[in-house]
Design a protein around this ligand. Structure first.
Ligand SMILES: Nc1ncnc2c1ncn2[C@@H]1O[C@H](COP(=O)(O)OP(=O)(O)OP(=O)(O)O)[C@@H](O)[C@H]1O
Length: 256
């Protein structure tokens, strides 16, 4: 089992504190959903765990088993088994999807263990079929000209090809049509198992209808204010954040 442990994390952007003592432990085998109003620090959490240089960690720790993640560069974090599907994937003209994926897989492997072209193509064909992606997308430049939904599908293709231990999926469901939501959910569910853990950041219960989380956490004002099981997301859908603020007697103002 692998464990990602985030303790008392404080993160600032341009001297403004966004995360204010965030605690979360995720084991492989578990899916954690993170929900919360706009601007409460969910993407900041994702960026800080992956090592985005604009996010300053002012206090706290992040450990992946006995590895101090905060000591590692972004590429080292990826090689340690962390993966981030970002909210707005970048377009990288000049590098094809195939080239990127093979390089990403091999970057995680020792010299004697590099993936051969035949195994790679077989795996790629299988995963693209699972995601209902047309073959020509493999040869297109990374995300260039991809629609919003195609970019999200492509993030899940990377997930399935790279097979990280821990993945943070930031709003992977935003902008997806109903069929694509099902396909992306199938992709996430295909990763589920003892060797995979995930933090899924989402605004909507609808993704969680397809990918049932083991835990749901609500973030407000830079930290988790309530945790529960999948029923918490359903309660939230019914009562909204204002209901939760009243229930918890929080002194927080949000725009809904
Ligand atoms: N580069 C930046 N400069 C200044 N403020 C920033 C920067 N990046 C993020 N912020 C601010 O940090 C706060 C938290 O942003 P974050 O993206 O983490 O929120 P979120 O919970 O993911 O929101 P959403 O649900 O809208 O995606 C916001 O108020 C945002 O404006």
């Amino acid at each position: 089992m692998t464990t990602l442990k985030i303790s008392n994390l404080h993160v600032s952007i341009e001297d403004k504190e966004i995360l204010k003592g965030f605690n979360l432990t995720v084991n492989t085998g578990e899916i954690h959903a993170i929900m919360g109003p706009n601007g409460t620090g969910k993407s900041t959490l994702a960026a800080a765990v992956m090592g985005h240089p604009s996010y300053e960690i002012t206090e706290g720790e992040i450990w992946l088993d006995d590895l101090n993640i905060l000591d590692l560069d972004v590429d080292e974090r990826a090689r340690a088994g962390l993966f981030l599907a970002v909210q707005y994937p970048s377009e990288i003209p000049g590098i094809t999807n195939v080239e990127f994926l093979r390089a990403a897989i091999n970057a995680q492997r020792e010299e004697h263990d590099k993936i051969g072209i035949r195994d790679f193509i077989e795996k790629l064909d299988e995963k693209m079929a699972l995601l209902d992606m047309p073959e020509e997308m493999a040869e297109r430049y990374l995300n260039e000209g991809f629609s919003g939904g195609e970019k999200k599908r492509n993030e899940i293709l990377q997930l399935l090809m790279i097979e990280p231990k821990m993945a943070i999926l930031d709003e992977i469901d935003s902008g997806l049509d109903i069929d694509a939501l099902q396909v992306v959910s199938n992709g996430i569910n295909a990763m589920r198992g003892e060797d995979f853990g995930s933090i899924i950041i989402t605004h909507y219960q609808r993704l969680l209808n397809f990918v049932t989380p083991d835990f749901v956490h609500i973030v407000m004002d830079g930290h988790i204010v309530k945790s529960g099981d999948a029923s918490l997301a359903k309660q939230l859908e019914k009562e909204g954040y204002k209901g939760l603020i009243q229930e918890l007697e929080l002194d927080i103002e949000i725009n809904e």
